[in-house]
Design a protein around this ligand. Structure first.
Ligand code: FAD
Length: 450
């Protein structure tokens, strides 16, 4: 491929900004797929022509211990856990807030906090960094419900910012991770793009917390591409001013309560079978959903008793539920989750929030077992120095309803961050990391391993 040839042997000579460390090394290009300008559904809209991008020197912003791309529940938890081990940790987020879909996506219930233990008792399972976040929101009065708490998004953004500040994480907002830097199978760092231009951050360990697996895709890992429902969540204001006694009042879908009593959040199932990494599709859905929400809210406002209800906001992050799922060292199964499968390398435990179909039987959440997550499910098969956390770690599709959920993302993020920090400290690779030491560290960091 012309484009690929052109990008071989990019030579780094140091930072033009004077903020990086000079280093001369040959960096291999990324896989061809990463250079392709678009994916699947979009390709029909492409002209079929391409243009060569000239090779150029890229400033190195930093050479660090741990680099995390994506500041959702997984990325924020990973950054805090890594920085707490003493590792220098950079966190890169394309938007202006942490929390990903939890906050920017207005997906407010932190699900899967509880499940049934071997003694048949429903118990809390989400502890560690994620548990701390939840507790802090509760202490602020910005969370409702004991099990699967619903939080206020602005409070969650604030709490996450304060936690990464306290942990000493070096935060890069308004910055995209735009490609990987490889030497053979070894991941050496990531190119980033921002208003300051294109730069590189080199790191001993990188964690893919993009939700969509951008990094393992660019690194050439195998993955499952899952098309799923995409929605757009929004919030309504003046809920407390609805007059249910008004003549002609009809109950409308006004969503569910949040910690602010005048505000409800409204989930959207959205269209099925959607490609979550296709920019044309995402653009179209964004516009269609905004119109749909606006029209719906007008209908609500015209319904007697609802005149004062208004559209407070639509989510700044479109609700992509699923896209890429990495092929990792271990694929977690529905069977594992339903049978108390235990793993020597467990990094945490997650819970159940919905009914699951298992062996032809519907098992309600009140009967569903808690389930362990093995470290191997965070390790991609081929790429060295890379861990994957959040909704794109390695699991089979049948388990997707539990694995994509915020509670699980917090647990995988914490596990990956602690592992990255430990690997740096012990001078081991993340693949060969001493699993016993990892478990000891996680327990010291407040995790619960089951
Ligand atoms: C409509 C909808 C409703 C849902 N309802 C619930 C619910 O009620 N409860 C629940 O627990 N879960 C729910 N979920 C699932 C849950 O919100 C997500 O799966 C979870 O937030 C995933 O966490 P994550 O950290 O893996 O990824 P995300 O939350 O997607 O965060 C990824 C972050 O990485 C950033 N990013 C991505 N790519 C790059 C890049 N290249 N460079 C820099 N930054 C990047 C993004 O901006 C984002 O902030 C819902 C999801 C949707 C879409």
């Amino acid at each position: 491929m012309e484009r690929r040839k052109f990008l071989t042997n990019v030579l780094f000579t140091g930072s033009a900004l004077g903020v990086g460390i000079s280093c001369g090394r040959k960096i291999q290009p990324t896989n061809a797929a990463s250079m392709a300008p678009a994916v699947s559904a979009s390709s029909s809209a492409l002209s079929g022509r391409s243009i060569a991008e000239p090779a150029r020197q890229i400033p190195i912003l930093a050479e660090t211990d741990v680099l995390i791309i994506g500041g959702g529940p997984a990325g924020a938890a990973a950054a805090i856990a890594a920085a707490r081990t003493g590792a220098e940790t950079y966190l890169v987020e394309r938007y202006n807030h942490l929390g990903g879909l939890w906050t920017g996506g207005l997906v407010l219930p932190l699900l899967s906090t509880h499940a049934v233990d071997k003694q048949g008792k429903t118990r809390q399972v989400i502890y560690g960094v994620g548990g701390e976040m939840s507790q802090k929101l509760k202490d602020l009065g910005m969370s409702i419900e004991e099990i699967n708490p619903v939080v206020d998004p602005e409070a969650a953004k604030y709490v996450l910012d304060e936690m990464i500040r306290e942990a000493g994480v070096k935060m890069l907002y308004h910055t995209w991770g735009s490609n990987v830097i490889m030497e053979g199978n070894e991941l050496k760092g990531v190119f980033i793009e921002s208003k300051s231009g294109r730069m590189a951050v080199l790191a001993k360990v990188v964690i893919d917390c993009t939700g969509d697996g951008d990094l393992f895709h660019w690194a050439g890992e195998k993955y499952d591409e899952m098309k799923y429902h995409i929605g757009l969540v929004h919030r309504l204001g003046n809920i407390d001013r609805i007059d249910t006694h008004k003549n002609g009042y009809v109950k409308m879908n006004i969503g569910k309560p949040t910690p602010i009593k005048s505000v409800n959040w409204v989930n959207m199932h959205g269209k099925d079978d959607q490609n979550g990494v296709d920019m044309l599709n995402l653009s179209q859905l964004q516009m269609d959903y905004r119109r749909e929400i606006w029209d719906n809210v007008q209908k609500i406002r015209k319904t007697p008793g609802h005149e004062q209800v208004f559209l407070l906001d639509t989510a700044s992050q479109l609700g992509v539920r699923m896209s890429r799922i990495v092929e990792g060292e271990y694929k977690l199964t529905l069977e594992d989750s339903m049978t108390y499968q235990s793993f020597d390398d467990a990094i945490g435990v997650s819970g159940a929030w919905t009914t699951m179909l298992y062996k032809g039987k519907k098992v309600p959440k009140s009967e569903r077992p808690l389930w362990q997550i093995p470290y191997r499910s965070l390790l991609p098969k081929k790429t060295e120095n890379l861990l994957v956390a959040g909704r794109c770690f390695c699991f089979e599709r049948e388990l997707v309803e539990d694995t994509r959920i915020i509670g699980t993302c917090l647990i995988t993020g914490h596990g990956a961050g602690a592992a990255a920090g430990l690997a740096v400290k012990e001078r081991q690779t993340v693949r060969n990391l001493d699993r016993k030491k990892l478990k000891t560290l996680l327990l010291q960091q407040g995790a619960w391993l089951g």
